[in-house]
Design a protein around this ligand. Structure first.
Ligand code: PLP
Length: 338
């Protein structure tokens, strides 16, 4: 099976498994797992931020960040397609008691003007207190689109002027960094907190990191414990994360090329409608005429290709390190023959 459903489906490589087997471990709830400590320090240094905390999932790192930045009744500003709102089980409400202002961005990306419109007047007692802006880069349901860094800097200025914190859901930030030739340190300078996933394109089996100031991460450790996310000999998992950061970042460019190749093939089909701009490792396209999206997904499955119908009209395919060039060739041949 060629599995394009998500970049979360990757299996650890031989080198990664070796690193996991050799990991030194301890009890991370006591702060004594040396490999977790190495991973957290490595990530914090990479981003030029003070501290980091290793968590089981990107949902947890986002939810912890939101809880640390807000009080119940505060409002979080984000794009309407945001993972934090759409795909985290209503966690903003249940974990933080915060309300959400959804904005209509450009394929998942906001501008400073959007954000300005979303801020409530702090003197208006009818309104929730705007407290946090959360951006997503790359924007998953925008089709893996990336921000222009200048737009982020402009949003930061609005946040500073209105006393709002700025969080980044960077589940696929490394895809954006590679696509835009940017550095982690640029992002570390602008955001108050950053979540990155090791278990997506970077190919680790489990794990995400939340970065911020020392005080913020200290607070995050308490919230992680309360959410049940304190892990013990987590060094086995952290070793995979260290390996991923060292070996699997530059290769993301291959996934981006593969995504372009798939999109070009779909574009030639008369049943393909709009294709969202392909900037990284995600291809989201509309299906019309001959097939519904679920019908086309079923047909592809018969040909050993797994994809996801994200609605009755749209399909998502995601590239990752377990999809190699020869599989792309095979997939392109299937698409051409449809
Ligand atoms: C995958 C993802 C997350 C976190 O997902 P987990 O499965 O909980 O690790 C967060 N944000 C975005 C944009 C994602 O794609």
């Amino acid at each position: 099976m060629m599995d394009y459903r998500s970049d979360t489906v990757t299996r650890p490589t031989a080198g990664m498994l070796q690193a996991m087997m050799e990991a030194k471990t301890g009890d991370d709830v006591f702060g004594e797992d040396p490999t977790v400590n190495i991973l957290e320090t490595k990530a914090a240094t990479l981003f030029g931020m003070e501290a980091a905390i290793f968590c089981p999932s990107g949902t947890m790192t986002n939810q912890i960040a939101i809880k640390c930045h807000t009080q119940p009744g505060d409002e979080v500003i984000c794009d309407r397609l945001s993972h934090i709102y759409q795909f985290e089980g209503g966690g903003i409400a249940s974990n933080s008691g915060a309300s959400v202002r959804l904005l209509n961005g450009n394929n998942g990306r906001l501008t400073a003007d959007h954000v300005k419109e979303g801020i409530n007047n702090p003197l208006d007692i009818h309104k929730a207190v705007s407290r946090l802006v959360s951006l997503e880069n790359t924007a998953n349901f925008g089709g893996g689109t990336c921000y222009n860094f200048a737009d982020i800097v402009a949003i930061k200025a609005v946040c500073q002027a209105h006393n709002l914190s700025l969080h980044l859901d960077g589940a696929r930030l490394f895809n954006a960094l590679v696509a835009k030739n940017e550095t982690p340190a640029q992002y570390g300078e602008v955001f108050d907190s950053i979540s990155i996933c090791l278990s997506k394109g970077l190919g680790a089996p489990v794990g995400s990191l939340l970065l911020g100031t020392k005080t913020f991460v200290q607070k995050a450790r308490r919230v992680r414990k309360a959410m049940g996310g304190g892990m013990r000999q987590a060094g086995i998992l952290a070793a995979a994360g260290v390996y991923a950061l060292e070996h699997h970042v530059q290769r993301l460019a291959a996934d981006h090329l593969h995504a372009q190749q798939l999109a070009a093939a779909w574009k030639q089909k008369d049943f393909t409608g709009e294709i969202l701009p392909v900037e990284t490792n995600i291809v989201i396209f509309e299906v019309k005429g001959r097939y519904t999206a679920p019908q086309l997904v079923a047909l592809l499955k018969e040909k050993n290709i797994l994809a996801i119908a994200i609605s009755s009209t749209h399909i998502r395919m995601v590239l990752h390190l377990d999809i190699q060039s020869h599989m792309i060739e095979e997939t392109l041949a299937v698409i051409h023959a449809l």
